[in-house]
Design a protein around this ligand. Structure first.
Ligand code: AMP
Ligand code: ZN
Length: 470
């Protein structure tokens, strides 16, 4: 399998540290607001990567943090605390909004068929581990205390800008609300490991530490949580491209300084979802969510398909017009699949070349649009329906578009009929109970409702019989 690795900026053969075991880490959401569909593009593409690794026979352990403390509005340690900003906006506590938006995030993921990682760890669970890592970095001389905060000293590293094409000026990127300089830093690129001298007098979440009461920096979370659950060697680290610098660059600095050896081999970065105004961002407060798409009548899986239609390393522009095109394509595709006969059994030998083409597409740096084309190729192929369904089911283990779950027209009518029948049965049972309890008002109301539904009831010696009026 070939993956583009941001470390080295080349396409490389994927070889895990330990044969078929893959340790994978994903930067989780900062839970001060709903995830927007840009964030979810990143999580959809990471989900495809994880599922394809499993499909290829790897055992994957995927770990994700939940950022519920420490992330400031600028990724370079300036600006406001994002969680506090969210709490003030909603007149709630930080932990209340963290819980609310964590639940909302996983509800959105479920709608998009994004699998929940094997381990999900909120940063606020790991304060002792952060303190231990910061202490070791201080002992080893990679960190210093200044003005009450603990900083990582980037001058102690042989190379800091590991992803290339970056320099100190890029630190200004993302500084939206403030351009303040931190006078305590020895080098411009140094970053905070632990804040005690908070700029925010009203900081809600604070903990005792050897350096005073305070809270962790954002970057230390991921180094620490990955070490806690993935161990000292990480195969793949994922995130959106904006995380590459400074966040992932700082993670590498901390982890390798702490561990004393190379930490993570492959860095998988998903490019941004943009709209007409540019990169979609939470802090602008003006963004699209899965719920909003649903309100507008879109199946969330249409958005998943929209993402799969383009490569994760290309920026993707969102417009309703292109989403409409995907919605039409999705409906046509699932209808065609629903029309396949479920009888018979698959011819595995005949299926093999089609399975190989799918693997070839995904082995080529997760080429999901080619993977989707494989579904159309199968539909057109000279194969029996059972083999087609078998193949599409296999592909859908990775694509996760519920391709074979859509019901045929006949199945839809049958299931609609059975739902109505169940409702009538339930109403009749309620009416019988109401009559037994001499609750005539309820019994009469149910009788009227059944009449409205054109249901005719007959009392017989075997009980109540019913049918719809002709
Ligand atoms: P956050 O909740 O802001 O920490 O971001 C969660 C994930 O979404 C991170 O991996 C970000 O890199 C990623 N992300 C943020 N904005 C976008 C965007 N417009 N398109 C794709 N991914 C994004
Ligand atoms: Zn992270």
């Amino acid at each position: 399998m070939i993956l583009y690795n941001s470390l080295g900026q080349t396409r490389q053969e994927f070889v895990p540290f330990n044969d078929k075991e893959v340790n994978m880490y994903t930067c989780g959401p900062t839970v001060y607001h709903y995830a927007h569909i840009g964030n979810l593009r990143t999580y959809i593409m990471e989900d495809v990567l994880e599922k394809y690794l499993r499909f290829s026979g790897y055992n994957v352990k995927r770990v994700m943090n939940i950022t519920d403390v420490g992330h400031l509005t600028s990724d370079a340690d300036t600006g406001e605390d994002k969680m506090l900003k969210g709490a003030k906006r909603e007149h709630k506590t930080v932990l209340e909004i963290a819980k609310f938006y964590t639940d909302a995030f996983f509800a959105d993921c479920a709608k998009l068929n994004i699998k929940t990682p094997d381990v999900v760890e909120p940063a606020t669970n790991c304060i002792d581990e952060f303190i231990e890592m910061v202490s070791v970095l201080l002992e080893k001389g990679y960190a210093y205390v200044a003005g009450g905060n603990v900083y990582f000293d980037t001058s102690k590293l042989d190379s800091y800008y590991v992803f290339g094409n970056m320099n100190e000026d890029d630190l200004a990127v993302g500084v939206r609300d403030s351009v303040e300089e931190d006078e305590n830093k020895r080098n411009k690129a140094d970053f905070v490991l632990w804040f005690t001298k908070s700029k925010f007098d009203d900081q809600e979440l604070k903990w005792e530490s050897p350096w005073g009461i305070g809270y962790p920096g954002w970057h230390i979370e991921c180094s620490c949580i990955s070490k806690k659950h993935n161990g000292e060697y990480l195969d793949i680290h994922c995130g959106g491209i904006d995380n590459a610098f400074p966040h992932h660059t700082n993670e590498i600095a901390q982890s390798e300084a702490y561990l004393g050896h190379k930490w993570c081999n492959y860095w998988f970065h998903v490019l941004h979802l943009n709209d007409a105004r540019g990169k979609m961002s939470k802090s602008s407060g003006d963004f699209l969510t899965v719920s909003l798409l649903e309100e507008k009548g879109y199946n969330p899986l249409v958005y998943r398909m929209f993402c799969l239609q383009s490569h994760y390393r290309k920026p993707l522009t969102f417009t309703y017009e292109s989403l409409d095109n995907t919605a039409k394509a999705y409906e046509k595709l699932t209808k065609r699949i629903a029309g396949l006969s479920k009888d018979g059994s698959a011819d595995i030998a005949k299926a093999k070349p089609y399975l190989d083409s799918f693997k070839e597409a995904l082995d080529n740096d997760i080429n999901t649009s080619l993977g989707l084309t494989c579904v159309y190729d199968v539909l057109k192929a000279d194969l029996d329906d059972a083999t087609k369904l078998y193949l599409i089911d296999e592909f859908d283990k990775v694509l996760s578009l519920n391709l074979t779950k859509a019901k045929s027209a006949q199945e839809q009518t049958e299931s609609a009929d059975s739902e109505v029948n169940a409702e009538v049965e339930a109403l009749i049972a309620q009416r019988t109970k109401a009559r037994a309890e001499k609750d005539w008002a309820t019994a009469d109301a149910i009788r009227d409702k059944l009449k409205e539904m054109k249901v005719v009831i007959k009392d017989t010696k075997d009980g109540i019989e019913w049918h719809f009026e002709n």
